[in-house]
Design a protein around this ligand. Structure first.
Ligand code: HEM
Length: 489
């Protein structure tokens, strides 16, 4: 039973398991971060485990993150892994249903639309969405109450993101039919679809119907807008409508529609999970919620004027809340790549064959005590730069790693080669939504802090566990908190 007897000596150690195909699927799936931590202690920074019959090689630590995420296009490939899940949901010819060079151009178009000018318009839109949500939602009627917060944050995320990125006309449809269609699209992201994406299962039929209906809605909107002869809109759709690939071909309408779906889906899960975690962290630490309120009073004035984009930079603790929450609760815990040719891992004797899948888990270094003292403690103050005590290391480590920039075809991005903190990934597949997510999350947090005081129902500082069942991790539900209006009038 000594499994190491059967392994090729150039391959990394294999995590012990009893059953051939199941391998470590169950222990990994129940709690990926714990699985990574325990096996790193046993086997080191590089090890292999069996996930649904595939040998999956994990490389952790800054060197492992860099090796996988900044891998060369001839060595590693994302679309081969993701396309079975994403193409039925997004639609054809975008993201992973096209060569990587085309994705790089698409990311450039999307990124160019996310300008400071656009963010200036988004902040008041997001602020209004948040305040009107709390006014009209039954769960927040009265002076105080209890609420299961994640479903509420999911709604706030979709209303704010769709209004900012897709305009008011599309946003208004989210009150009715569109939300249900997006829910059906979402079912396409169940992990079970990695193996059953093709099956005529009820949720796959609903997914396909939803994809066609949503894409048609966007395409009809595009046609109407083209016919209307609009000239100077700032939104993402308008920008894509006026983008041309390097080969001179204008981005076709169906690709614009599919990119709009992809953007909303990419942002929805990660931002909604993150905003839920932030609210739960604040309920566990009412003292920090109070510090946030005081930061706004101090920096913006006691009458708290309507939020502007420029205000966000004046609120470093609001920024730190997001950074620290993503350090411990990053929604994407595993990033996968196919191996295109046998790959030697620098500094080791290991060579990874093409039959393996590579897995990056930047969350491992983000909770490593060598980079973040007392890593399990959620402490937004560790990101403050001007104190002299040890925790400022966090900011230093990340800033240093940020220095090296690289252009993969969608503008300069930080390579993050040495960084232990990569909640937005690195390399050619790095997130283009980071600034948007920060603007969205900071604005939501600032508005919530103006309106409410949160605490845990039992008054404790505890935080609920994580649900790893879907591809994006999120708080276990129900996750109920106690809220109280700040303004008692
Ligand atoms: C890629 C995280 C919000 C759009 C990624 C990746 C990560 C990530 C880790 C890399 C995936 C990989 O390498 O396989 C996050 C987090 C977010 C967030 C933590 C919020 C807290 C958003 C938003 C948008 C967005 C709001 C859209 C407006 C994208 C896109 C990619 C991406 C288009 C590129 C995928 C690729 O090139 O393969 N994100 N994201 N993300 N994200 Fe985000």
């Amino acid at each position: 039973l000594n499994q190491s007897l059967f392994k090729n000596s150039n391959e990394p150690p294999v995590v012990f398991h009893w059953f051939p195909v199941i391998g470590s699927t169950v222990t990994y799936g129940m709690d990926p971060p714990r699985f990574f931590k325990e096996n790193r202690e046993k086997y080191g920074d590089v090890f292999t485990f069996v996930l649904l019959g595939r040998k999956t090689t994990v490389c952790v630590g800054p060197a492992g993150n860099d090796f996988i995420l900044n891998g060369k296009i001839r060595d590693v490939n994302a679309e081969e892994i993701y396309t079975v899940l994403t193409t039925p949901v997004f639609g054809k010819d975008v993201v992973y249903d096209c060569p990587n060079s085309k994705l790089m151009e698409q990311k450039k178009f999307m990124k160019i639309a996310l300008t400071t000018e656009a963010f200036r318009q988004y902040v008041p839109i997001i602020s209004d969405e948040v305040t009107s949500y709390f006014k009209r939602t039954a769960a927040f009627k009265g002076q105080s109450g209890e609420v299961d917060i994640p479903p509420k944050m999911a709604e706030i995320t979709i209303f704010t993101a769709s209004h900012a990125l897709q305009g008011k006309a599309i946003r208004d449809q989210f009150d009715e039919s569109l939300a249900a269609l997006y829910h059906d699209l979402d079912m396409g992201f169940s992990p079970i679809n990695f193996s059953l994406h093709w099956a005529p299962l009820p949720w796959n039929n609903r997914r396909d119907h939803a994809q066609r209906t949503v894409a048609k809605l966007y395409m009809d909107t595009i046609k109407r807008r083209r016919a209307g002869g609009e000239k100077d809109a700032q939104d993402m759709m308008f920008h894509l409508m006026n983008s041309t690939y390097k080969n001179g071909v204008q981005v076709p309408d169906h690709e614009i529609a599919h990119m709009m779906i992809a953007l909303l889906m990419a942002g929805q899960h990660s931002s909604s999970s993150t905003s839920s975690w932030i609210m739960l962290r604040l309920a566990a630490r009412p003292d920090i919620m109070e510090e946030l309120y005081q930061e706004q009073v101090r920096e913006l004035g006691p009458d708290l004027p309507p939020l502007q984009y420029e205000d966000l930079a004046k609120l470093p603790l609001h920024g730190a809340i997001i950074k620290e929450t993503l350090r411990l609760n990053a929604p994407i815990h595993s990033i996968m790549r196919a191996v295109k040719q046998p790959l030697a891992i620098p500094g080791t004797k290991y060579v990874i064959p093409t039959s393996h899948v590579l897995m990056s888990a930047p969350g491992v270094s983000a909770s490593d005590p060598n980079f973040f003292p007392n890593p399990e403690v959620w402490d937004p103050h560790r990101w403050e730069k001007d104190s002299t005590n040890a925790p400022t290391m966090a900011a230093r480590v990340v800033d240093e790693a940020d220095e090296e920039k690289i252009d993969y075809g969608y503008g300069l991005v930080s390579k993050g080669g040495k960084s232990p903190y990569l909640p937005f990934g690195a390399g050619r597949h790095r997130c283009i939504g980071e600034q948007f997510a920060n603007v969205q999350l900071q604005t939501i947090v600032a508005e919530v802090v103006r309106l409410f005081k949160f605490r845990n129902i039992d008054g404790s500082n505890d935080v609920i566990g994580t649900d790893y069942q879907s591809l994006f991790s999120r708080p276990l539900e129900p996750a109920r908190i106690h809220w109280e209006r700040r303004d008692q009038s």
